[in-house]
Write a protein that binds this ligand. Sequence first.
Ligand code: AP5
Ligand code: ZN
Length: 218
Amino acid sequence: MKLILLGAPGAGKGTQANYIKEKFGIPQISTGDMLRAAIKAGSPLGIAAKKVMDAGNLISDEIIINLVKERIKEADCTNGFLFDGFPRTIPQAQAMKDAGIRIDYVVEIDVADNEIVQRMGGRRVHLASGRTYHEIFNPPKVPGKDDITGEDLVQRPDDAEDTVIKRLSVYHEQTQPLVEYYTAWGKSGDPNAPKIIHIPGIGSVESIRDQVFRALGK
Ligand code: AP5
Ligand code: ZN
C-alpha cells in the first residue's frame, strides 16, 4: 500500500500516520520529521531549514525531492510507504510521477482553518520520534511525557499562532492545488492515477482513524 496523507498543517496527518503505518506495516516518510531531525543534528541542511520552517515557509522543491528519493531507497518499502507532508507542491508531485513512483491512494484530511489554530496551541511533540499529542484532545498518559520513552514533550517552534496562520496561507496557495492535480489525473483515465479519499477531519482521533481504515478496506 502506497499512500499520501494530504492536509493542512495540524489537520492530523502525523496522528493518523501513526495508526496507518502500524496497520499496514509500512514506513512513515515525513519530510517535516526528517527536517526536524536535521535541525537537531545541526547539519548544514538543518541550519538552513530552521529559518525557513520557523517563518512558516516551504523548503525548496529540489532539496525535498532529493531527500525523499534517498529515504525511499533506505527505508524498508516491501509493503509500500506512507508519505506524510509530501508532496506539498505540484513540482514535488510531478517529480514522483516522472520517477515512476506509483501511489495507490491520496488521503485528504479536511479541517477548517479556525479549528486548526485552536489545535496547534495545545499540540505537544516528542521530538526524537515525532509522536504527537494534544493537551486536551489526545493527552499523553503522564502530562508532559511521551507514552513510550517517558521523555519530555515540547512545543514546536512553528506552532506560534502567527506562524500557524502563515503556514495555513502557504498551504492554501501551494499545497491545496494538489487536490485538483490528483483529481484531474484520475479523470484522465490513466490506470496509474492514485485514488483520492476525502475524510472530514472533525471528530475524535479514533473516529477519523476508523473512517480512514474503512476507506482503505480495513
Ligand atoms: P510538517 O511537519 O509536515 O508540518 P505540517 O504539514 O505543517 O503539519 P503538522 O505536522 O503541523 O500537522 P499534522 O497534520 O501532522 O497534525 P498533527 O497530527 O500533528 O512540516 C513542517 C515544515 O517543514 C513546513 O512548514 C515546511 O517548512 C517544511 N516542510 C515539510 N515538508 C515539506 C515539503 N514536502 N516541502 C517543503 N517544505 C516542507 O495534529 C495537530 C494537533 O492536533 C496535535 O496536537 C494532535 O494531537 C491534534 N489532533 C489531531 N487529530 C485531532 C482530532 N481529530 N481532534 C482534535 N485534535 C486533534
Ligand atoms: Zn505532522
